[in-house]
Design a binder for this molecule. Structure first.
Ligand code: BGP
Length: 469
């Protein structure tokens, strides 16, 4: 008999404001960096907002949130992760007073979730720094961002803190090393940015993240604050100790972010890396004190694993979630070249739990694929058995990890409804269990259709995971 997941385990889906909302200039919203990234987050920005940018309309969640949340409820969600668009609340980012219309929008979203007993989970910063902060201050490269972010966090914690328990500070905080503009709002072009500036930006984000924990403690004592890490286990390409060491170091590059969030100080290996590279960070005594406000739980995204080797720089790189690694000859890959590795998820869950002893929340996992809308008995749907297989195989490993003794809070499937992709700004790369009729050229009715995975996930949630095979 198949084990049931714990009764307290939260099941749901996840999205980000810039990928679903649209309404990019409605309700007093200011521009964000996404308005100048029409080709996805790893490309150079455009001069200003461009008409073909799919994110300006997204999948129209700004107007259709009630319909979408009703569908989430039909699937049996007990949690929905979404982000607040910072520039809806502070259109420029450095104002003193928030935009009431933006705050009222998220009141309505939370009202709707409460109606169905769905727990909201809010990401404060999901790749949507206000454009003004990027252009005027160079984003997180500037220490001033800490104060602006604290004001924003205080505002939304005061407003929603009594109704929202789960909060994440920065989406995939370690991704700033790989996508400095999208992740850190850093306007200086990647090839002109020094490592000194980049790691100083990392430090500012880590301080701001810890500061949110302190702010929440005072004004929303029931809120739980989590960090959010892009996880991608890295295997050595061969049994050579040199390759094993290279893999270990790559892992440290990601662990460092969790170590600071969970232990409240920089680990020795990270300080050594800075020394070796001649980087001297500006860290004040107050910063050190702030960093001591450690997180309540650890959340992460998991899509794939990678490989590395001692001479990785001379080897072919795989496609991936901002970082790819060297292709692993033992793994299949998605249509976008992301290497599919369910067992890697069990490894990550065990490693994180053993390392930090904080409850874990998988807040992104899923398969980006080209879906074909078909008609079955007069009803439009997608027969996405490949997505069901991906989710099944990953959730089997989650169940194994729980059996291994890992303490878990829940699982939110990425893009529970189709949305605009982050790295490529496409609609064609679909993750949802709900199909949205919108195409890469912007055409489409925006109508929603239940995919086959919709019914599969609904039944799985209802059986508390015992339908996994
Ligand atoms: C993560 C981001 C998400 C999301 C996902 C899938 O890095 O947090 O915003 O989009 O990856 O990536 P993509 O949309 O590029 O396929």
């Amino acid at each position: 008999m198949s084990m049931k997941f714990p009764e307290t385990f939260l099941w749901g889906g996840a999205a980000a404001a810039n990928q679903v909302e649209g309404g990019f200039d409605e309700g007093g919203k200011g521009l964000s960096i996404q308005d100048v990234l029409p080709n996805g987050g790893v490309n150079p920005p455009s001069d200003g907002p461009t008409p073909g940018n799919l994110k300006q309309v997204g999948v129209d969640f700004y107007h259709r949130y009630a319909e979408d949340i009703k569908l989430f409820a039909e699937m049996g969600f007990s949690v929905f992760r979404f982000s607040i668009a910072w520039s809806r609340i502070f259109p420029q980012g450095d104002e003193e007073t928030p935009n009431e219309s933006g705050l009222a929008f998220y009141d309505r979203v939370i009202d709707e979730l409460e109606k169905y007993g769905i727990e909201p989970m809010i990401t404060l910063s999901h790749y949507e720094t206000p454009l003004h902060l990027a252009k005027t201050y160079d984003g997180w490269a500037s220490r001033e961002l800490i104060g602006f972010f604290e004001r924003y966090a205080r505002t939304v914690l005061e407003r929603y803190g009594s109704r929202v328990k789960y909060w994440l500070t920065f989406n995939e905080i370690n991704s700033v090393l790989h996508a400095p503009l999208m992740s850190g709002g850093i306007w200086t072009p990647r090839n002109q940015l020094t490592e000194q500036q980049l790691y100083q930006a990392v430090h500012h984000e880590l301080v701001a993240s810890a500061s949110v924990k302190r702010i929440a403690h005072d004004i929303a004592p029931n809120a739980l604050i989590g960090c959010m890490i892009l996880s991608m286990p890295t295997y050595p390409l061969t049994p050579s100790p040199n390759d094993a060491w290279a893999a270990f170091q790559t892992e440290h590059g990601n662990y460092a972010f969790g170590d600071v969030h969970c232990r409240g100080e920089y680990p020795g290996y990270f300080l050594r890396m800075l020394r070796d590279r001649g980087i001297e960070l500006d860290i004040t005594d107050e910063d050190r004190e702030t960093l001591r406000n450690t997180v309540d739980f650890v959340s992460f995204s998991y899509y794939m694993s990678g490989c590395t080797a001692a001479d990785a720089a001379n080897m072919e790189q795989a496609e991936g979630n901002l970082l790819g690694g060297i292709p692993n000859p033992t793994l299949p890959a998605s249509e976008w070249g992301w290497q599919i590795d369910p067992i890697g998820l069990r490894i990550v869950l065990n490693q994180y739990w053993e390392r930090w002893q904080k409850p874990l929340f998988i807040v992104e996992n899923g398969l980006g694929a080209r879906d074909q809308l078909v008609e079955v008995d007069g009803v439009k749907t997608v027969l996405d058995d490949y997505r069901i297989a991906y989710m099944n195989d990953h959730l089997v490993q989650v169940r194994e990890a729980i059996e291994d003794g890992v303490e878990m809070l829940g699982y939110t499937a990425w893009g529970c409804l189709d949305l605009v992709s982050s790295s490529s700004a496409q609609m064609a790369k679909r993750y949802g269990m709900i199909y949205v009729d919108r195409n890469d050229d912007g055409s489409g009715t925006l109508e929603r259709h239940r995919k086959k995975s919709f019914g599969w996930y609904r039944d799985l949630i209802a059986s508390r995971g015992s339908g996994l095979v």
